[in-house]
Design a protein around this ligand. Structure first.
Ligand code: SF4
Length: 349
């Protein structure tokens, strides 16, 4: 990480503010943030870890969320009334989250229930979604999940209703259904631009899992041909990918799991192991630096531009106005229902 004079000045200011505010300040950083931002945080984690931290740390008055907007919104939903949540760049969004807007989701759920029957499907929304959509799930006996607990969320849902309506990530939905050995003909895709999502009524009635047509552009960069090439050139190497990657990529990898899972996979690998990883590049770079006794190699270099929007400049600007600048607020009625969906996730074993 290269540091110049103006960075030094900003770093000194950040240390001074952290020192002055002490436990009143909590800086949460997502694993896809740069090393510099992660090193300035109080806690680094994936979206599940960070939501837990936001839910259970009630000492901090000022939560600064270094990640993307939906994550900061989740922290705001879980925060207490004496806590504020800020994001250094309010425009740091998530293209996948934007693929499911509340109007289309409501319309799809209505159509689904009108064909399959009211109360037949549990809506499960990936953490990567707006507060409005989380609230919709909360109101409809649904829940939120992350890539760490999507399988548990599916099990929770199947104990209560016969179908799952999962959004907005097609790939996490299909990979989770595969993990639970649900036959692929019982998993259908819902394309909101088409009538009945592009499905026939009888297929909707038969389906166990209905997945929204949405994706993460970063994880769509990983392909089967990259994996086959690695297998040809490095026969001893292991390949681990994130479940936001397409199903065919996950199928031929050695392992697939959430960010926390990938970190553990690397940590537990033998000395000198060669591991190719299919996820966001900042995490891979950090793992390579943390485990110099292992060969950690990106399957392909793919970075999330939105995560990268958080930098020293906007972090210091935020820290200078605690509780004021780029505040993330959620209307009370949305917060109440969205919290139900998040709380159901937090109680999963
Ligand atoms: S990595 Fe993908 S899912 Fe995560 S914030 Fe970026 S675009 Fe969204």
């Amino acid at each position: 990480m290269s540091v110049n004079n103006s960075d030094n000045k900003m770093l000194a200011d950040i240390y001074e503010i952290k020192e002055r505010l002490g436990k009143r300040l909590l800086i949460l950083t997502h694993h896809y943030q740069t090393d510099q931002i992660v090193s300035l945080g109080n806690f680094a984690g994936d979206s599940f870890d960070l939501s837990q931290k936001a839910a259970f740390d009630k000492k901090a008055e000022f939560i600064i969320f270094c990640g993307v907007h939906f994550m900061a919104e989740s922290a705001a939903i879980l925060s207490a009334s004496n806590q504020s949540v800020q994001i250094p760049d309010i425009s740091a969004g998530c293209p996948m989250a934007d693929m499911a807007d509340i109007r289309s989701v409501k319309k799809a759920f209505f159509q689904l229930e009108s064909i399959a029957g009211t109360g037949t499907a549990t809506p499960i929304v990936y953490m990567n979604s707006s507060a409005l959509i989380k609230a919709f799930c909360g109101r409809n006996k649904g829940l939120v999940c992350t890539s760490s607990n999507a399988d548990k969320a599916f099990e929770y849902a199947f104990k209560r209703r016969e179908k799952i309506f999962f959004f907005p990530d097609e790939h996490l939905g299909k990979n989770t259904a595969d993990k639970l050995c649900i036959a692929s003909e019982l998993v259908i895709l819902w394309d909101c631009s088409r009538k009945l999502g592009g499905n026939k009524a009888e297929d909707i009635k038969k389906a166990k899992v209905i997945v929204w047509k949405g994706y993460c552009p970063i994880h769509l960069d990983f392909t089967t041909s990259q994996i086959l090439k690695v297998r040809q050139e490095f026969s001893d190497a292991k390949i681990v990918v994130h479940p936001e990657c397409p199903r065919e990529v996950v199928k031929i990898s050695d392992a697939a799991g959430s960010t926390a899972y990938i970190i553990d996979y690397v940590k537990n690998a033998a000395k000198n192991a060669a591991i190719f990883i299919g996820t966001e590049i900042n995490l891979i770079k950090r793992l390579a630096w943390q485990y110099p006794d292992k060969k950690i190699i990106p399957l392909y270099v793919s970075s999330c531009k939105d995560m990268f929007k958080i930098n020293l400049k906007n972090l210091i600007k935020t820290l200078k106005k605690p509780g004021e600048y780029n505040l993330v607020t959620i209307p009370d009625e949305v917060k109440k229902d969205a919290k139900k969906a998040l709380d159901r996730m937090l109680t999963l074993a």
